[in-house]
Design a protein around this ligand. Sequence first.
Ligand code: ADP
Ligand code: MG
Length: 375
Amino acid sequence: MQQERLRALGEMASGIAHDINNSLSPVMLYTGLLLEQKTNLGPDSRRHLETIQRAVSDVAETIARLKEFYRQREPQLTLASVQLNQLAEQVVALTRARWHDVPQQRGIVVQIKTALSPDLPAVLGAESEIREALINLVFNAVDAMPQGGTLTLRTKVSDKKVGVEIADTGTGMDEATRRRCLDPFFTTKGERGTGLGLAMVYGIAQRHNADLKIESELGKGTVIRLTFPAATSAIASPVTSSSKGPILPRLRLLVVDDDPLLLQALCDILEADGHVVVATNGGQAGIDAFQVALGRKEPFAVVITDLGMPYVDGRAVAGAVKAASPSTPVILLTGWGRRLGSKGDVPPHVDCVLSKPPKPVELREGLARCLAAPV
Ligand code: ADP
Ligand code: MG
Protein backbone atom coordinates (compact mmCIF):
# COMPACT_ATOMS: atom_id res chain seq x y z
CA MET A 1 0.00 0.00 0.00
CA GLN A 2 2.83 2.35 0.84
CA GLN A 3 4.49 1.65 -2.51
CA GLU A 4 1.26 2.42 -4.30
CA ARG A 5 0.91 5.66 -2.36
CA LEU A 6 4.45 6.64 -3.22
CA ARG A 7 3.84 5.89 -6.86
CA ALA A 8 0.70 8.04 -6.94
CA LEU A 9 2.52 10.79 -5.07
CA GLY A 10 5.39 10.54 -7.52
CA GLU A 11 3.06 10.93 -10.45
CA MET A 12 1.44 13.96 -8.92
CA ALA A 13 4.81 15.47 -8.06
CA SER A 14 6.06 14.99 -11.58
CA GLY A 15 2.94 16.66 -13.00
CA ILE A 16 3.44 19.62 -10.70
CA ALA A 17 7.13 19.73 -11.55
CA HIS A 18 6.24 19.87 -15.23
CA ASP A 19 3.84 22.78 -14.75
CA ILE A 20 6.27 24.71 -12.59
CA ASN A 21 9.08 24.27 -15.11
CA ASN A 22 6.77 25.58 -17.81
CA SER A 23 5.73 28.59 -15.79
CA LEU A 24 9.32 29.42 -14.89
CA SER A 25 10.49 29.42 -18.48
CA PRO A 26 9.42 32.95 -19.45
CA VAL A 27 10.91 34.29 -16.20
CA MET A 28 14.22 32.61 -16.91
CA LEU A 29 14.28 33.73 -20.54
CA TYR A 30 13.34 37.35 -19.93
CA THR A 31 15.69 37.88 -16.99
CA GLY A 32 18.47 36.41 -19.11
CA LEU A 33 17.54 38.69 -21.99
CA LEU A 34 17.40 41.81 -19.82
CA LEU A 35 20.75 41.08 -18.20
CA GLU A 36 22.37 40.49 -21.54
CA GLN A 37 20.84 43.30 -23.53
CA LYS A 38 20.27 46.22 -21.23
CA THR A 39 23.78 47.49 -20.82
CA ASN A 40 22.49 50.71 -19.25
CA LEU A 41 20.91 49.02 -16.22
CA GLY A 42 21.72 50.68 -12.92
CA PRO A 43 23.68 48.58 -10.43
CA ASP A 44 20.57 48.05 -8.27
CA SER A 45 18.43 46.81 -11.16
CA ARG A 46 21.20 44.52 -12.28
CA ARG A 47 21.59 43.09 -8.79
CA HIS A 48 17.84 42.54 -8.49
CA LEU A 49 17.68 40.80 -11.84
CA GLU A 50 20.60 38.57 -10.87
CA THR A 51 18.78 37.69 -7.68
CA ILE A 52 15.66 36.79 -9.65
CA GLN A 53 17.75 34.66 -11.98
CA ARG A 54 19.39 32.84 -9.11
CA ALA A 55 16.10 32.29 -7.33
CA VAL A 56 14.54 30.82 -10.47
CA SER A 57 17.52 28.52 -11.00
CA ASP A 58 17.14 27.36 -7.41
CA VAL A 59 13.46 26.57 -7.91
CA ALA A 60 14.37 24.53 -10.98
CA GLU A 61 16.99 22.66 -8.94
CA THR A 62 14.51 22.03 -6.13
CA ILE A 63 12.02 20.67 -8.63
CA ALA A 64 14.66 18.42 -10.13
CA ARG A 65 15.49 17.10 -6.68
CA LEU A 66 11.83 16.56 -5.85
CA LYS A 67 11.58 14.29 -8.85
CA GLU A 68 14.62 12.34 -7.81
CA PHE A 69 13.24 11.96 -4.33
CA TYR A 70 10.13 10.27 -5.67
CA ARG A 71 12.16 8.16 -8.03
CA GLN A 72 14.00 7.07 -4.92
CA ARG A 73 17.36 7.56 -6.45
CA GLU A 74 20.37 9.29 -4.97
CA PRO A 75 20.48 12.80 -6.34
CA GLN A 76 23.52 13.29 -8.49
CA LEU A 77 25.56 16.18 -7.27
CA THR A 78 27.15 18.37 -9.86
CA LEU A 79 30.14 19.52 -7.92
CA ALA A 80 31.75 22.84 -8.54
CA SER A 81 33.91 25.16 -6.57
CA VAL A 82 31.72 27.16 -4.20
CA GLN A 83 32.67 30.39 -2.43
CA LEU A 84 30.88 30.35 0.91
CA ASN A 85 31.46 34.07 1.47
CA GLN A 86 29.66 34.89 -1.75
CA LEU A 87 26.94 32.43 -0.90
CA ALA A 88 26.45 34.00 2.54
CA GLU A 89 25.96 37.43 0.94
CA GLN A 90 23.47 35.97 -1.51
CA VAL A 91 21.53 34.29 1.26
CA VAL A 92 21.27 37.58 3.15
CA ALA A 93 19.82 39.19 0.01
CA LEU A 94 17.50 36.31 -0.84
CA THR A 95 16.00 36.10 2.64
CA ARG A 96 15.60 39.82 3.24
CA ALA A 97 11.80 39.70 3.19
CA ARG A 98 11.84 37.16 5.98
CA TRP A 99 14.24 38.86 8.41
CA HIS A 100 13.55 42.48 7.53
CA ASP A 101 10.20 43.18 5.91
CA VAL A 102 7.93 40.74 7.71
CA PRO A 103 9.19 41.33 11.29
CA GLN A 104 9.28 45.08 10.73
CA GLN A 105 5.59 45.13 9.90
CA ARG A 106 5.07 44.09 13.51
CA GLY A 107 7.61 46.57 14.84
CA ILE A 108 10.19 43.85 15.46
CA VAL A 109 13.81 44.31 14.52
CA VAL A 110 16.01 41.44 13.47
CA GLN A 111 19.55 42.68 12.96
CA ILE A 112 21.57 40.77 10.47
CA LYS A 113 25.34 40.67 10.58
CA THR A 114 27.93 38.97 8.48
CA ALA A 115 31.38 38.09 9.77
CA LEU A 116 33.14 36.68 6.76
CA SER A 117 36.65 35.41 6.98
CA PRO A 118 38.86 36.99 4.31
CA ASP A 119 40.59 34.72 1.80
CA LEU A 120 38.23 31.87 2.56
CA PRO A 121 39.17 28.80 0.50
CA ALA A 122 36.50 27.41 -1.82
CA VAL A 123 34.68 24.20 -1.02
CA LEU A 124 33.54 21.55 -3.44
CA GLY A 125 29.80 21.33 -3.63
CA ALA A 126 26.48 21.90 -5.30
CA GLU A 127 25.95 25.62 -4.87
CA SER A 128 22.15 25.53 -4.99
CA GLU A 129 22.00 22.83 -2.30
CA ILE A 130 24.25 24.69 0.10
CA ARG A 131 22.32 27.88 -0.55
CA GLU A 132 19.08 26.11 0.22
CA ALA A 133 20.51 24.76 3.46
CA LEU A 134 21.64 28.22 4.56
CA ILE A 135 18.28 29.74 3.64
CA ASN A 136 16.56 27.16 5.80
CA LEU A 137 18.86 27.91 8.71
CA VAL A 138 18.17 31.63 8.38
CA PHE A 139 14.42 30.98 8.37
CA ASN A 140 14.71 28.87 11.52
CA ALA A 141 16.82 31.54 13.20
CA VAL A 142 14.22 34.20 12.42
CA ASP A 143 11.44 31.92 13.70
CA ALA A 144 13.37 31.55 16.95
CA MET A 145 13.45 35.33 17.49
CA PRO A 146 9.79 36.37 17.70
CA GLN A 147 10.80 39.43 19.75
CA GLY A 148 13.68 40.30 17.43
CA GLY A 149 17.38 39.85 17.98
CA THR A 150 20.59 39.38 16.08
CA LEU A 151 21.28 36.91 13.33
CA THR A 152 24.92 36.38 12.39
CA LEU A 153 26.29 34.60 9.35
CA ARG A 154 29.91 33.73 9.95
CA THR A 155 32.51 31.95 7.88
CA LYS A 156 35.72 30.50 9.27
CA VAL A 157 38.69 28.57 8.10
CA SER A 158 40.87 26.28 10.14
CA ASP A 159 42.97 23.29 9.40
CA LYS A 160 41.86 22.66 5.78
CA LYS A 161 38.25 22.96 6.86
CA VAL A 162 35.85 25.71 5.92
CA GLY A 163 32.91 26.47 8.15
CA VAL A 164 29.80 28.54 7.78
CA GLU A 165 27.56 29.16 10.75
CA ILE A 166 24.28 30.83 11.48
CA ALA A 167 23.83 32.15 14.96
CA ASP A 168 20.73 33.64 16.52
CA THR A 169 19.93 35.23 19.86
CA GLY A 170 16.55 33.54 20.02
CA THR A 171 14.72 31.08 22.23
CA GLY A 172 17.24 28.26 21.96
CA MET A 173 16.29 24.60 22.27
CA ASP A 174 15.84 22.41 25.27
CA GLU A 175 17.70 19.13 25.36
CA ALA A 176 14.76 17.05 24.06
CA THR A 177 14.20 19.37 21.10
CA ARG A 178 17.89 19.51 20.30
CA ARG A 179 18.05 15.73 20.20
CA ARG A 180 15.10 15.40 17.85
CA CYS A 181 15.39 18.54 15.73
CA LEU A 182 16.98 16.75 12.76
CA ASP A 183 14.21 14.16 12.54
CA PRO A 184 12.00 14.51 9.49
CA PHE A 185 8.59 15.94 10.44
CA PHE A 186 9.75 16.97 13.91
CA THR A 187 8.55 20.49 14.55
CA THR A 188 7.62 22.61 17.53
CA LYS A 189 5.82 25.10 15.32
CA GLY A 190 2.54 23.23 15.02
CA GLU A 191 0.69 23.91 11.79
CA ARG A 192 3.26 26.48 10.70
CA GLY A 193 6.13 24.02 10.62
CA THR A 194 6.88 21.09 8.36
CA GLY A 195 9.77 19.67 10.30
CA LEU A 196 11.61 19.11 7.05
CA GLY A 197 14.03 22.02 7.12
CA LEU A 198 16.75 20.59 9.32
CA ALA A 199 16.26 17.08 7.92
CA MET A 200 17.05 18.53 4.53
CA VAL A 201 20.03 20.47 5.86
CA TYR A 202 21.31 17.24 7.37
CA GLY A 203 20.91 15.38 4.05
CA ILE A 204 22.77 18.12 2.22
CA ALA A 205 25.57 18.05 4.82
CA GLN A 206 25.92 14.29 4.42
CA ARG A 207 26.09 14.46 0.65
CA HIS A 208 28.87 17.02 0.96
CA ASN A 209 30.83 15.14 3.62
CA ALA A 210 30.22 18.15 5.78
CA ASP A 211 29.87 18.15 9.53
CA LEU A 212 26.68 19.58 11.03
CA LYS A 213 26.96 20.89 14.54
CA ILE A 214 24.22 22.37 16.68
CA GLU A 215 24.89 24.34 19.83
CA SER A 216 21.91 25.72 21.64
CA GLU A 217 21.13 27.20 24.99
CA LEU A 218 17.61 27.78 26.17
CA GLY A 219 16.86 31.49 26.34
CA LYS A 220 20.22 32.42 24.84
CA GLY A 221 20.19 31.28 21.27
CA THR A 222 21.44 28.75 18.79
CA VAL A 223 24.47 28.31 16.58
CA ILE A 224 24.31 25.86 13.70
CA ARG A 225 27.56 25.22 11.89
CA LEU A 226 28.34 23.40 8.66
CA THR A 227 31.99 22.46 8.22
CA PHE A 228 33.19 21.42 4.79
CA PRO A 229 36.50 20.01 3.70
CA ALA A 230 38.30 22.72 1.70
CA ALA A 231 38.52 22.06 -2.03
CA THR A 232 42.02 20.84 -2.73
CA SER A 233 42.49 21.05 -6.48
CA ALA A 234 41.34 23.89 -8.62
CA ILE A 235 38.01 22.99 -10.15
CA ALA A 236 36.45 25.02 -12.89
CA SER A 237 33.90 27.32 -11.36
CA PRO A 238 30.45 27.22 -12.88
CA VAL A 239 29.88 29.19 -16.05
CA THR A 240 29.09 32.75 -15.15
CA SER A 241 25.83 34.28 -16.25
CA SER A 242 27.70 36.94 -18.17
CA SER A 243 28.87 34.50 -20.82
CA LYS A 244 26.40 34.58 -23.65
CA GLY A 245 27.42 31.34 -25.27
CA PRO A 246 28.17 30.73 -28.92
CA ILE A 247 27.46 33.35 -31.57
CA LEU A 248 25.31 31.97 -34.35
CA PRO A 249 24.58 33.08 -37.89
CA ARG A 250 21.11 34.44 -38.65
CA LEU A 251 18.78 31.43 -38.84
CA ARG A 252 15.22 30.74 -39.92
CA LEU A 253 13.65 28.98 -36.96
CA LEU A 254 10.33 27.31 -36.34
CA VAL A 255 9.15 27.33 -32.72
CA VAL A 256 6.27 25.12 -31.62
CA ASP A 257 4.64 25.36 -28.20
CA ASP A 258 1.11 25.32 -26.84
CA ASP A 259 1.85 27.84 -24.09
CA PRO A 260 1.44 31.37 -25.49
CA LEU A 261 3.60 33.05 -22.84
CA LEU A 262 6.46 30.66 -23.41
CA LEU A 263 6.08 30.89 -27.16
CA GLN A 264 6.34 34.67 -26.96
CA ALA A 265 9.37 34.51 -24.66
CA LEU A 266 11.18 32.10 -26.98
CA CYS A 267 10.44 34.32 -29.99
CA ASP A 268 11.64 37.43 -28.20
CA ILE A 269 14.93 35.81 -27.21
CA LEU A 270 15.60 34.29 -30.61
CA GLU A 271 14.63 37.45 -32.49
CA ALA A 272 16.82 39.51 -30.20
CA ASP A 273 19.67 37.27 -31.36
CA GLY A 274 18.83 38.24 -34.94
CA HIS A 275 17.04 35.07 -36.04
CA VAL A 276 13.91 34.97 -38.16
CA VAL A 277 11.31 33.13 -36.12
CA VAL A 278 7.98 31.61 -37.03
CA ALA A 279 5.97 30.72 -33.92
CA THR A 280 3.14 28.23 -34.03
CA ASN A 281 0.72 27.32 -31.30
CA GLY A 282 0.44 23.55 -31.04
CA GLY A 283 1.87 20.53 -32.84
CA GLN A 284 -0.36 20.36 -35.90
CA ALA A 285 0.10 24.06 -36.68
CA GLY A 286 3.84 23.49 -36.39
CA ILE A 287 3.86 20.59 -38.83
CA ASP A 288 1.72 22.58 -41.29
CA ALA A 289 4.02 25.59 -41.10
CA PHE A 290 7.04 23.38 -41.63
CA GLN A 291 5.59 21.81 -44.77
CA VAL A 292 4.43 25.11 -46.23
CA ALA A 293 7.92 26.56 -45.78
CA LEU A 294 9.49 23.50 -47.34
CA GLY A 295 7.13 23.74 -50.32
CA ARG A 296 8.10 27.39 -50.77
CA LYS A 297 11.79 26.44 -50.69
CA GLU A 298 12.23 28.55 -47.59
CA PRO A 299 13.10 25.74 -45.19
CA PHE A 300 13.79 26.21 -41.49
CA ALA A 301 17.33 25.72 -40.25
CA VAL A 302 16.16 24.22 -36.95
CA VAL A 303 12.82 23.31 -35.36
CA ILE A 304 12.36 23.92 -31.64
CA THR A 305 9.36 22.13 -30.21
CA ASP A 306 7.75 21.59 -26.84
CA LEU A 307 7.35 17.95 -25.82
CA GLY A 308 3.99 17.86 -24.04
CA MET A 309 1.20 19.34 -26.18
CA PRO A 310 -2.38 18.20 -26.62
CA TYR A 311 -3.30 16.07 -29.69
CA VAL A 312 0.02 16.36 -31.54
CA ASP A 313 2.98 16.28 -29.18
CA GLY A 314 6.66 17.09 -29.65
CA ARG A 315 7.58 13.53 -30.64
CA ALA A 316 5.00 13.65 -33.44
CA VAL A 317 6.30 17.02 -34.58
CA ALA A 318 9.86 15.65 -34.65
CA GLY A 319 8.72 12.58 -36.59
CA ALA A 320 6.87 14.67 -39.19
CA VAL A 321 9.82 17.05 -39.61
CA LYS A 322 12.28 14.21 -40.17
CA ALA A 323 9.89 12.44 -42.57
CA ALA A 324 9.70 15.57 -44.71
CA SER A 325 13.30 16.69 -44.30
CA PRO A 326 15.69 14.23 -42.64
CA SER A 327 18.50 16.75 -42.36
CA THR A 328 16.60 19.38 -40.35
CA PRO A 329 17.67 19.33 -36.70
CA VAL A 330 14.97 19.20 -34.03
CA ILE A 331 15.37 20.54 -30.50
CA LEU A 332 12.93 19.21 -27.93
CA LEU A 333 12.04 21.41 -24.95
CA THR A 334 10.78 19.46 -22.00
CA GLY A 335 9.36 20.36 -18.64
CA TRP A 336 9.81 16.80 -17.39
CA GLY A 337 12.78 17.51 -15.23
CA ARG A 338 16.24 18.89 -15.63
CA ARG A 339 17.96 15.60 -16.08
CA LEU A 340 16.04 13.85 -18.82
CA GLY A 341 18.46 15.27 -21.33
CA SER A 342 21.57 14.13 -19.56
CA LYS A 343 20.46 10.53 -19.29
CA GLY A 344 20.98 9.91 -22.97
CA ASP A 345 17.39 8.77 -23.49
CA VAL A 346 16.78 11.15 -26.36
CA PRO A 347 13.56 10.29 -28.20
CA PRO A 348 13.80 9.27 -31.86
CA HIS A 349 13.98 12.07 -34.46
CA VAL A 350 15.23 14.48 -31.82
CA ASP A 351 18.75 15.90 -32.02
CA CYS A 352 18.91 17.74 -28.74
CA VAL A 353 16.84 17.86 -25.56
CA LEU A 354 16.69 21.07 -23.52
CA SER A 355 15.09 21.26 -20.10
CA LYS A 356 12.72 23.96 -19.03
CA PRO A 357 13.24 26.53 -17.80
CA PRO A 358 15.91 27.14 -20.46
CA LYS A 359 18.46 29.90 -20.13
CA PRO A 360 19.15 31.97 -23.26
CA VAL A 361 22.70 30.63 -23.28
CA GLU A 362 21.40 27.05 -23.21
CA LEU A 363 19.22 27.77 -26.23
CA ARG A 364 22.24 29.08 -28.11
CA GLU A 365 24.36 26.12 -27.11
CA GLY A 366 21.61 23.73 -28.21
CA LEU A 367 21.33 25.44 -31.59
CA ALA A 368 25.10 25.42 -32.03
CA ARG A 369 25.29 21.71 -31.17
CA CYS A 370 22.57 20.84 -33.67
CA LEU A 371 24.15 22.84 -36.44
CA ALA A 372 27.63 21.46 -35.80
CA ALA A 373 26.68 17.79 -35.70
CA PRO A 374 25.84 16.08 -38.98
CA VAL A 375 22.27 14.80 -38.65
P1 ADP B 1 10.36 23.56 11.07
O1 ADP B 1 11.14 24.84 10.92
O2 ADP B 1 9.35 23.39 9.97
O3 ADP B 1 9.77 23.40 12.43
P2 ADP B 1 12.95 22.31 11.00
O4 ADP B 1 13.38 20.93 10.64
O5 ADP B 1 13.56 23.43 10.24
O6 ADP B 1 11.38 22.35 10.89
O7 ADP B 1 13.24 22.53 12.53
C1 ADP B 1 12.79 21.57 13.49
C2 ADP B 1 12.67 22.19 14.86
O8 ADP B 1 13.96 22.47 15.37
C3 ADP B 1 11.93 23.48 14.94
O9 ADP B 1 10.53 23.29 15.00
C4 ADP B 1 12.49 24.11 16.21
O10 ADP B 1 11.85 23.57 17.36
C5 ADP B 1 13.90 23.61 16.24
N1 ADP B 1 14.83 24.63 15.74
C6 ADP B 1 15.43 24.66 14.53
N2 ADP B 1 16.24 25.73 14.40
C7 ADP B 1 16.15 26.41 15.58
C8 ADP B 1 16.75 27.62 16.06
N3 ADP B 1 17.60 28.33 15.32
N4 ADP B 1 16.43 28.00 17.32
C9 ADP B 1 15.57 27.28 18.07
N5 ADP B 1 14.98 26.15 17.65
C10 ADP B 1 15.25 25.71 16.43
MG1 MG C 1 12.58 25.20 9.39
